[in-house]
Ligand binder design. Sequence first.
Ligand SMILES: Cc1cc2nc3c(=O)[nH]c(=O)nc-3n(C[C@H](O)[C@H](O)[C@H](O)COP(=O)(O)OP(=O)(O)OC[C@H]3O[C@@H](n4cnc5c(N)ncnc54)[C@H](O)[C@@H]3O)c2cc1C
Length: 301
Amino acid sequence: MRVGGRAEWLLEPRDPAELRAAWLAARERGFTPRVLGGGANLIVDDGELPGVVIATAQLRRLFRPTPDGGDALDQAPSGAVALERERDTRLVAWCGASLPSLVSAARDLGWSGLEGLAGVPGQLGGGLAMNAGGRWGALWDVVERVRVLEPDGTLRDLTREQCSPRYRDGNLGLRLAVGAVLALKLDRVADVQERCRSFLTEKNAVQPVSEHSCGCIFKNPDPELSDGRSAGRLIDDCGAKGLARGDAHVSTLHGNFIVNRGAATAADVLTLIEDVRDLVLEKSGVRLESEARVWRARPAS
Ligand SMILES: Cc1cc2nc3c(=O)[nH]c(=O)nc-3n(C[C@H](O)[C@H](O)[C@H](O)COP(=O)(O)OP(=O)(O)OC[C@H]3O[C@@H](n4cnc5c(N)ncnc54)[C@H](O)[C@@H]3O)c2cc1C
């Protein structure tokens, strides 16, 4: 969104061991660290953000399971791991691996399951926390297991069933996702490529992908309450497209996106979100729930 202030402390671990050490160090000093992935679904408040932010951008390794059956979530194998394509269609990734890098690795191998994430920015950890996806599928659909750091620093491997992810919510609670094993399906390279291409083309036509935003602001409501209308459609129907606060604008291309036209502040964006929520409630009776996460500099009054 390109808004917001500075973190009081910013830690940038390079591997899972450093990530755990950073987490423990923060907690021992009484902080509950905030975890920053790609920031693609985040609105950071203006001013100084008190406490610790752990950024996962350097934990970007993505590899295939090792031949001995281990997945090396702690330590990436040093050399290339040559496996027969058919034998094992799993990918292992640390939390900072970018979603586009996962999509293109799977596409190039001809493995199906991640095409629905074509064009979704951010990292694996943020994608797990948000259960990123869309109408062609979501990230958790292909998760075999995720390695999490519990608040007390214990590492655990959890299956999808143990996490019970929901629509746009990986249900991680206070846990930090360290990495995951993704189980994909063997397919034809050309078919996977074609699906990625067509999903991307469709997204690019309806979303303001070249402007600064944090993706969809609101979750789609229960269709029974909204007559089947999506959040974007409800916003459109109440004439909110184009509404602005400072440089924060409701996108004219997609009503569920707020874009920063240059100098918007977090206050502009957050006020505009409430304006839109109020307008939709007034005109349709539907109260929209936020999808984007907000990091407040201080507790909301
Ligand atoms: C142009 C555009 C298009 C988009 N299209 C889509 C779409 O089609 N579908 C969709 O679902 N989303 C979409 N998004 C939103 C965004 O891409 C996803 O939500 C993505 O998963 C966010 O990942 P991130 O790494 O940027 O997370 P961040 O924004 O950095 O963080 C989001 C939340 O996840 C938490 N988090 C981050 N990393 C971890 C971790 N390792 N462990 C635990 N918690 C963590 C953060 O603390 C925060 O609460 C779009 C965004 C943009 C800008």
